[in-house]
Design a protein. Structure first.
Length: 277
């Protein structure tokens, strides 16, 4: 029977599969699974290791995505959540937009992680046209999880190295005006603290802060978004979820430093994965 495939909560995870370096699907799938949600991967690309290394194998999956997704339709799969990560072309953004339209119902939670840039600069592969399309995709999201750079790109705000909290609050309001119900601006540097600013269309918002530890590592944004996505599907309070994700990443970094894990190798989340609920 058609309904046999839809007895368990499921998230469609649209992202690249990277074999080494602990990012994208490699971290999101085990985390979402640990949180008792089935993870159904829609690959955008296959990489041997992430692009922070000097060399890597890369296979673009764009031309195969629509045929792949067609099988989901034939199985009549229903998703409680849809979560998108890095999208490498206008075609991929369009495919994801169509996927959200085709597979969403009134109970589906859509999480968009608009991976477009960092440290005040958009990625070299991102064109102005792609940025405009990402603004449209953000409007299809229930939850949007940009970093500061991405928040600026999405709202046409000039990036600066120094931010006052009142400016972040205004940035959050501009993001909400794009259409999402909830936003969290991640990785805001505040001296010895790292802050995430969260707000919803019905709330004034708040800063959730943790003490900064270690250095920036690959995959932390993917870990953050996967926890937010699984919690959203499980009906967990949004602010509690952001707090959980922030603390979990901090502990991952602490364990990685203790084990002398190279920065390129991401965080050894496996060591404390059992603590996630």
């Amino acid at each position: 029977m058609v309904s046999e495939h839809n007895h368990q909560k499921k998230i469609a995870l649209i992202n690249d599969i990277t074999g080494f370096g602990r990012c994208s699907v490699a971290v999101e799938l085990p985390i979402i699974s640990m949180m008792k949600v089935q993870c159904c991967v829609i690959p955008t690309a296959i990489l041997s290791n992430h692009t922070g290394f000097n060399s890597f194998f890369f296979d673009d999956y764009t031309s195969k995505m629509e045929s792949y997704i067609e099988q989901c339709k034939k199985l009549n799969l229903a998703f409680n959540g849809i979560c998108s990560g890095f999208l490498g072309s206008q075609s991929q953004i369009s495919i994801v937009s169509d996927f959200i339209r085709d597979f969403s119902d009134k109970d589906t939670v859509v999480i968009v992680d608009p991976v477009m840039g960092d440290n005040g600069r958009k990625y070299s592969t991102y064109t102005d046209e792609m940025c405009d399309m990402m603004k449209q995709l953000a409007g299809q999201a229930h939850i949007l999880t940009p970093n500061l750079t991405e928040a600026c790109i999405l709202t046409d705000t000039e990036y600066t190295e120094k931010w006052h909290e009142k400016d972040i609050i205004i940035l959050g309001e501009r993001l909400l005006s794009l259409g999402p119900e909830k936003i969290v601006i991640t990785g805001i540097q505040q001296g010895s603290l790292i802050a995430n600013y969260c707000c919803t269309e019905n709330d004034k918002g708040r800063f959730i802060k943790v003490k900064k530890t270690g250095q920036q590592r690959s995959g932390t944004g993917d870990i953050f978004t996967s926890i937010i996505a699984a919690d959203a599907v499980n009906g967990i309070d949004f602010y509690s979820s952001v707090r959980k994700a922030s603390q979990f990443i901090k502990q991952c970094i602490i364990h990685s430093d203790k084990m002398a894990i190279p920065l390129t190798d991401g965080v050894c989340f496996e060591e404390i994965l059992h603590t996630l609920k």
